[in-house]
Design a protein around this ligand. Sequence first.
Ligand code: COA
Length: 212
Amino acid sequence: MSRPDARAGSGAGSDELAVRVRRVEPGDAQRLRTLRLAALTDAPGSFWQTVAGERARPFADWQARAGRHAAGDAHTTLLLERSGWPERSGELVGMTDVHQPSSAPEFRELAAMWVAPDARGSGAADALLDAAVGWSRSVGAIGVRLWVVPGNAAAVRLYQRHGFTVIGEPEGDYDDPLGKVYIPMLLALDHEEAASPTFLERARAAWTDDSA
Ligand SMILES: CC(C)(COP(=O)(O)OP(=O)(O)OC[C@H]1O[C@@H](n2cnc3c(N)ncnc32)[C@H](O)[C@@H]1OP(=O)(O)O)[C@@H](O)C(=O)NCCC(=O)NCCS
C-alpha cells in the first residue's frame, strides 16, 4: 500500500499555509480524539455524530480506531499538519476518514472532513481531499462517495471543484436531534466501472460501515 503522506500547500504566498498530510499512526489516539472533538464542537451542523456522543466513547475506541486506520487498504484517517512554520509545525489543523463499506468493498466513503477555521481558504482542504482521493485510488477503489448537508456551501463547492457530483436525493437521519439532511456525492475513479449500468445503482445503495 502506498502511503498518502504528501507535502501539500506551498506556503509561498502570505495567504497560503504550508501543510503536510499524513496517515494516522497507532500512537495518535489522543490527538485523533482531540481533533474530532474540535471538529464536532466547531461544526455540529456538518456531521452525523455529536460531540457528546464522541466525548463519551471509551479511550480504547480511539486507540482501536487509530490502529485500524493506520494500516491496510480498507480504512484510513488522514491528518493535516502545519509544516514550515517552526513554532507551530506539527500542529494538527484538519482530518478526514476514508472507510471501506462492507457491503460495497469496491468503493470508499469519505467522512469527518474538517479543516480548522484558521486554516480555511488556504488550499489546506484541497491537500487533504487530494490525499484522501489519492489514497482511495491507490487501494484500487472505483469511486469515492460522501454525504454532505446541502446548505454547507463551502463543503459542496470544495467537493464539486474536485469532481464530485450529486447522485441522489437528500436523506435524513432519524436519530439526529438537529433533523439534518444530507445529499450523496460521488467521484468516479475508474472510467470502465463508471460506464457499467450498475455503477450508479451500487454507488447510491445504502452501505453499512463497521469501521468507526
Ligand atoms: C468544508 C471545509 C473542509 C472546506 O475547507 P475550506 O478551507 O473552507 O475550503 P476552500 O477554501 O477550498 O473553500 C471551498 C469553497 O467554498 C467557498 N466558501 C468558503 N467559505 C464559504 C462560505 N461560508 N459560504 C459559501 N462559500 C464558502 C470558497 O470560496 C471556495 O469556493 P471556490 O472553489 O469557488 O473558491 C471547511 O470549511 C470545514 O472544515 N468546514 C466545517 C466542517 C465541514 O463542513 N466538513 C464537511 C463535512 S461533509
